[in-house]
Ligand binder design. Structure first.
Ligand SMILES: [Ca+2]
Ligand SMILES: [Ca+2]
Ligand SMILES: [Ca+2]
Length: 299
């Protein structure tokens, strides 16, 4: 075999090897190809919602503004992992409230508070309590008397007068002109007792005032017992002018109203009496001493 034949043979072998490898790679390539899907059957692009809070820093948002013991509020907090947590004000027991607060825009904290009138539904109970008149008083028409109350969690109040001897709410009227409201926090109102605003009553001795929340009428209170309103001066002495009995005088006129009882000052007795329908005080010297209830010891 000469050189020319040998080189032609070598070229032939190289070409053959290349052909074989080419065929192998071609088949391999065919297998690796993914099946062709017609374009119109491709699924639509699905947009995945991006979590808004995915990383730190934490964040704190109070939904309903500042801390208020008389309303239940929520607080939204995102922790370091971006997890959203809602905290709500909660009653720990029948009196104790736990409030959630944002200490700043990133952190939250809690405070605890003893509700004066109990805790329910994540808030302190609002309340009104009538202090005066609370029953037993005698008022004179034309006099000025100070209605007093206590309120918590209430901003404005109405004041009504009821005649409890009349049924079906007929014996009821507004004490404040045109059913106006007052700042609940002042806790008192100087009432000019005008006959024209009194509910019609046969006896004039069965009145109660009611102080009622403007925002929530269910929050209200009445005088515990009835009081009287007279159109004349009143003076009643339970024992008369008797130095050996202790007693009290109940009185009402345009200037004053109340009750005053007999007392001792050393061996002297201060006897309360009525004169011309007015309260007066008389002094007796007790020979055998004055007893603490307000009467002279009997000989
Ligand atoms: Ca609250
Ligand atoms: Ca007396
Ligand atoms: Ca007496």
């Amino acid at each position: 075999m000469n050189k020319k034949i040998a080189s032609e043979f070598a070229i032939g072998v190289v070409v053959l090897i290349a052909l074989v490898f080419g065929i192998i790679f071609w088949f391999g390539g065919q297998k690796a190809q993914t099946p062709t899907i017609p374009a119109n059957t491709l699924p639509d692009v699905v947009s995945v919602p991006v979590q808004e809070k995915t990383i730190s820093p934490t964040e704190c948002v109070k939904n309903n503004g500042a801390s208020d013991y008389f309303s239940k509020n929520d607080l939204t907090y995102w922790d370091e992992t971006g997890k959203e947590i809602t905290f709500s004000d909660v009653c720990l027991d029948s009196n104790r409230l736990q409030e959630y607060l944002c200490s700043n825009s990133k952190e939250y904290s809690t405070t605890q508070f003893d509700c004066p009138r109990g805790c329910s539904n994540g808030k302190c109970n609002r309340y009104i309590k009538v202090i005066y008149p609370n029953g037993g008083e005698i008022f004179r028409i034309g006099s000025v008397r100070t209605i007093k109350w206590k309120a918590e969690g209430v901003s404005r109040v109405h004041i009504f007068i009821h005649d409890t001897s009349l049924k079906n709410q007929t014996g009821f009227n507004y004490i404040i002109q045109d059913n106006g409201t007052l700042d609940a926090g002042t806790g008192e109102y100087n009432w000019i007792i005008d006959k024209r605003v009194l509910p019609t009553s046969k006896k004039n001795n069965a009145y109660k005032v009611q102080v009622i929340s403007d925002e929530d009428p269910e929050v209200n209170d009445y005088s515990d017992n009835n009081f009287s309103i007279k159109n004349y001066n009143v003076c009643k002495d339970s024992d008369g002018d008797d130095q050996y009995k202790s007693g009290c005088v109940q009185y009402a006129d345009n200037e004053n109203q109340g009750s005053s009882c007999d007392t001792c000052s050393g061996n002297y007795l201060n006897e309360q009496i009525c004169r011309n329908d007015k309260l007066e005080e008389k002094q007796y010297y007790c020979e055998l001493g004055c007893e603490y209830e307000g009467k002279c010891k009997k000989p």
